[in-house]
Design a protein around this ligand. Structure first.
Ligand code: ADP
Length: 433
């Protein structure tokens, strides 16, 4: 926001300064003749008086009179010179030879020189010197003050816009984090009222769509569970000992498929439950090392190879930390199961608590996750390498569930390369306020 204001101010001040210096020059160039005649008229009286003074004394006394007038007219300079002086332009020389007055104009159309002929050769010059430094500074400070006034007006004008834009930004951020009920509620009279209204309508539509999708997912998953349980039960009954071996094997295959389907439905149900905005996370203070221990215990049996080593690194002094144990354990179990599936030999769990929150990371030495897939793997049903993953039996829901479980607590879950060579899943939970 500050950047917008700064840029707007910079553009305004640069164009204002450029205009101040270019526009007068341009106008004076275009209307040069008018400015000249105006200045000639303006200084005619003074010039006539000076010429009269010179004509009142003999010509030999002109230099002495010029010196005396120079002193009296200071800081203006009064000097005598010839009408063919090389300093004069051709045009000025011609005018002087015709016996006409000459003026020269500088910045802002101000007179810098006024010359009057005294006789056929001699002319008297009245030179206006440049402004003294302190006066130049005063002119500069006028410009600076004008700039400051513009900034003040800009700030005054921008304040309500700024406040509304900040509110829109905050709402968009909270909405993006899953608080689907957030609306800007900016007055329609605001200058960004129509934009805010479009945003609120869009947010309402998205909320409705997501709610419908969640309800549908929930309803379908619930409806599927009953027939699946019946099928499982029916097949278990049909699997009697007197069945021929081939049929028995086929039925056992069917039971396995049904159990897989049941597992998918359960995963879908947990995913849709986590999407429920009404569900508030619990806050239970746990001792982090005991918590990690219990999670390791819960997945220990799934370790396929006894050669896999799991290290736990506890950084610094681990205090107790408030979190939702069910949601956090769910996320960590998923991460550990994945690490067990994809690692070669080593898994490392790191835990660090700082005043702002708690960081837990799960490293493995497996094949890792390519850079361009690191966001996509958190999408539901997204699996990286299908042939490889099907062998591991996942549905592609684990990481989506884990991320939601953390986001529901205001935390994050990201993935990066691990120093062990594989993937590092970094879990962050903020300290509850
Ligand atoms: P699934 O339940 O199928 O494992 P996930 O959502 O847990 O689904 O994971 C999504 C994909 O991310 C997986 O199919 C896998 O390709 C990849 N993945 C997850 N964890 C790891 C890991 N530790 N190392 C390498 N790839 C991983």
């Amino acid at each position: 926001m500050f950047r917008i204001l700064f840029r707007l101010y910079l553009v305004t001040i640069v164009s204002f300064s450029a205009a101040i210096y270019l526009v007068p020059d341009l106008v004076i160039k275009v209307f040069h003749e008018r400015f000249l005649t105006y200045n000639l008229d303006y200084s005619r009286g003074l010039q006539t008086l000076i010429v009269k003074q010179f004509h009142a004394v003999p010509q030999e006394q002109w230099p002495a009179l010029a010196a005396e007038m120079d002193r009296e007219f200071a800081p203006l300079h009064i000097a005598l010179t010839g009408n063919d002086d090389a300093d004069f332009t051709l045009d000025e020389r011609e005018r002087l030879q015709r016996g006409e007055n000459v003026v020269r104009i500088g910045d802002w159309g101000w007179r810098t020189l006024a010359v009057s002929p005294l006789n056929e050769q001699t002319v008297v010059e009245m030179i206006v010197p440049p402004d003294p430094t302190d006066v130049s500074w005063l002119y500069w400070s006028i410009n600076v003050l004008i700039g400051a006034t513009m900034l003040a007006c800009l700030l005054l004008w921008l304040r309500p816009h700024w406040r509304d834009l900040e509110r829109l930004k905050g709402t968009a951020e909270r909405f993006g984090k899953g608080q689907l009920g957030e609306r800007t509620r900016i007055s329609p009279n605001s200058n960004i009222g129509s934009l805010a209204n479009v945003f609120d309508t869009m947010a309402g539509d998205i909320e409705n769509l997501l709610n419908q999708q969640r309800d549908l997912l929930n309803a379908v998953s619930h409806e599927l569970r009953t027939p699946l349980t019946r099928l499982d039960f029916g097949l278990a009954l049909a699997l009697s000992d007197d069945l021929p071996a081939a049929s028995r094997e086929r039925l056992q295959g069917l039971v396995a498929h049904i159990r897989e389907l049941d597992e998918l439905v359960l995963e879908l149900l947990s995913y849709s439950r986590l999407q429920n905005p009404a569900r508030l996370p619990e806050q239970v203070e746990v001792s982090l090392d005991e918590f990690i221990d219990s999670i390791l215990g819960s997945v220990d049996e799934e370790l396929e190879s006894p050669d896999i080593v799991i290290d736990v690194l506890l950084h610094g002094q681990l205090e107790r930390f408030s979190l939702d144990p069910r949601l956090t354990a769910r996320a960590l179990q998923n991460l550990l199961r994945n690490a067990m599936r994809y690692c070669e030999k080593r898994i490392q769990i790191g835990v660090k608590v700082c005043p702002k929150g708690c960081e837990i990371w799960v490293d493995d030495d497996g094949i890792g996750i390519p850079d361009d897939e690191r966001e996509r793997i958190f999408e539901p049903f997204y699996r990286l390498d299908r042939s490889r993953d099907r062998a591991t039996g996942g549905f592609g829901l684990g990481l989506a569930i884990s991320r939601r479980a953390l986001e529901a607590q205001g935390g994050t879950l990201t993935v990066e390369a691990s120093p062990l060579g594989g993937a590092r899943f970094r879990l962050w939970l903020p300290t509850p306020v």
